[in-house]
Design a protein around this ligand. Structure first.
Ligand SMILES: Nc1ncnc2c1ncn2[C@@H]1O[C@H](COP(=O)(O)OP(=O)(O)OP(=O)(O)O)[C@@H](O)[C@H]1O
Ligand SMILES: [Mg+2]
Length: 429
């Protein structure tokens, strides 16, 4: 919005200062009063453009220089644009933001080669260039009559020339596509577009009715919710008091587990000892009976061995005797009495010494052979006995070795182990 205009020796104005309020300002004046000059001052200050023939023609006749200054606001910010021209044709321009009494310069001059373009900055701030401003806001001198008198077609063409209405047609066409796309986008984003408004309103009404109808149910549910909330609070309280107990139980269970595993280990150990003792008892139980017989068996074995020796010796003696008797028998067969005379010395002999009698010797050999057979039987019997006693003696020695291996010295010790085993079995229970 334009807020002020100042013209100094500009066209027919020597020194004109105008302040504008909100709303519409109307200039009324005779021909040549200087109304159009104000429009020229505005466009010259902003864009350096005007309707006069030349820049120099802007300077009030009879003066050397003139200026036009425009104050305006955009988005609550205040700006000021001023341009000066002197009779040599020199132009000076300045565009600034107004903050209080200060002027913060935005651009100055139009020396494009130095990157200066005040017009460009003004266009950027107000969002319009001179051409657009002309179309949007300025009806040039004489055009108004043409507008009023124009026929519809011409009127449209004129408006088109003034404000570019054909662009509105194009825009309207373009808007159809924009509308279509916008509708599609809305539908994509929210699932509906403006064509659904009617049935959405129906649905809305329906749902509002449903909401209204379900109010009692909602109240009931709220009551229930309140009740449940209280219950939850109660339960929370309980959890708070119960949690330490649960922790304690967990600790106890852990301890129980430890104790159980300790007990199991202890039982396993005792069971192992029991098994060992039972094996010991089983191994050693019968050993003492064997051991008790050992001395007796040793003496028996000794006796039997003595007897065997004796028998063998006797058999040997008798065998020797038989050999000797057989020699005598051979001799006796040659010593036969002939008419009771000795065959050697021819002396009279009543009868022969039995030692030289063949029959007697035969008898004796037979006797001895019988005795040998009997002794051999005896010897077999002793050998049998010796075998029997030796086995028993070996058993006794094995038993002794077993006891020694188990470090058992006497029956009492074994009984003690048995009792100990019983106690251990009780202990397991
Ligand atoms: N350089 C100048 N120095 C002094 N006066 C000038 C200069 N150029 C034009 N004028 C005068 O300015 C007046 C034109 O002013 P302007 O065009 O603003 O009038 P107006 O109010 O718009 O009139 P109209 O109602 O006819 O449109 C004329 O009287 C003209 O003689
Ligand atoms: Mg005029």
């Amino acid at each position: 919005m334009i807020t002020s205009i100042e013209l100094g020796d500009f066209l027919s104005h020597s020194n004109t200062k105008l302040e504008f309020e909100d709303g519409v300002t109307v200039f009324v004046g005779d021909n040549g009063a200087g109304k159009s000059s104000i429009i020229d001052a505005i466009t010259f200050a902003l864009f350096g453009q005007h309707t006069r023939k030349s820049n120099k023609g802007l300077i009030k006749r009879g003066t050397n220089q003139g200026f036009a200054k425009v104050g305006f606001s955009v988005n609550s910010k205040q700006f000021e644009a001023v341009r000066k021209i002197d009779n040599k044709g020199t132009l000076a321009a300045k565009f600034a933001e107004v903050i209080g009494d200060d002027r913060i310069e935005i651009a100055a001059g139009e020396r494009k080669q130095f990157g200066e373009s005040m017009t460009h900055e003004v266009e950027r701030v107000i969002g319009l260039d001179f051409e657009k401003l002309k179309i949007a806001s300025i009806v040039q001198q004489g055009e108004l009559n043409t507008i009023i008198n124009a026929k519809p077609k011409e009127f449209k063409e004129l408006l088109n020339a003034i404000i570019g209405i054909d662009k509105l047609d194009i825009a309207s066409e373009a808007m159809k596509t924009v509308n279509k796309k916008f509708r599609e986008k809305i539908k994509e984003n929210v699932g509906y577009d403006d064509t659904h408004i009617e049935f959405l309103l129906r649905d809305l009404e329906k749902y509002e009715k449903e909401i209204e109808e379900s109010k009692p149910q909602k109240d009931q549910l709220e009551l229930k919710q309140e009740k449940l909330k209280n219950e939850v609070d109660d339960l929370r309280g309980k959890i708070e008091t119960e949690t330490p107990k649960i922790d304690k139980i967990k600790q106890i269970e852990l301890r129980k587990k430890e104790l159980l595993s300790y007990a199991k280990e202890a039982i396993r150990e005792i069971q192992r000892e029991i098994n060992e003792n039972e094996r010991k008892i089983q191994d050693c139980e019968g050993c003492f009976e064997h051991i008790e017989l050992r001395l007796d068996l040793e003496s028996k074995v000794q006796k039997v061995e003595d007897a065997i020796k004796d028998t063998v010796k006797k058999i040997q003696e008798m065998t020797n005797q038989i050999t000797s008797l057989k020699e005598k028998q051979l001799l006796a067969s040659k010593l036969q009495l002939v008419n009771n005379k000795c065959p050697v010395c021819d002396s009279n002999v009543e009868k022969l010494n039995p030692l030289f009698q063949e029959a007697h010797l035969r008898q004796e050999i037979l006797e001895l052979q019988k005795q040998i057979v009997s002794k051999e039987k005896e010897n077999d019997m002793y050998n049998q006995k010796r075998k029997e006693f030796s086995i028993k003696l070996q058993n006794a020695r094995d038993a002794e070795a077993t006891l020694r291996a188990h470090s058992i010295n006497n029956k009492e010790e074994l009984i003690k182990i048995q009792k100990d085993t019983e106690i251990k079995k009780q202990k397991i229970h």
